[in-house]
Ligand binder design. Sequence first.
Ligand SMILES: [Zn+2]
Length: 137
Amino acid sequence: MLTDEIKAQLIQTAGEARKWAYAPYSNYPVGAALLSTSGRIYDGVNVENAAFPATICAERVAIFKAVSEGERDFVALAVVTANGGSPCGFCRQVLAEFGLDTAVIIADVEGKTTGETTVGELLPGAFRPDDLERGEG
Ligand SMILES: [Zn+2]
C-alpha cells in the first residue's frame, strides 16, 4: 500500500541520495529511491563518465542495486531532480522489465511532487520478457 507517508519518505530518500550524484558534465544531479515489495528502499544517483555513454542514471543504479540483492518486485520509484525531470527512455525500459504497475513519483528538490504515474504509462507498448518467448524460433 503506497501511502502519502511512504511517498514522502521515498522523495526524502531520493533527495538525500542526490547529494552523492557524480554529475560533473551535465551538472544535473539526480537521486532515486526504489521501494521493493519486501519493504526495503534502495537509493541511487547518476554516475557520469568522461566517456559519456558509460554514464548511468540514478534510477538504474537503484534498480540494479536492488536486483543484485535479490529483489525483483517493486512498489514505487521516486526520482528527485532540480526541476522534476522525468526518467529517460533507458530507465523506463529497465523498469518495465520488472513490472508495468510500479508507481513512479517525480519530485523537485523542494520535495514537491511534479508528477505521479506508473511505468506502464511512461512506456506504452514496452518490450517485455514475454515478447522474447513469443518471438522464439
Ligand atoms: Zn535514465
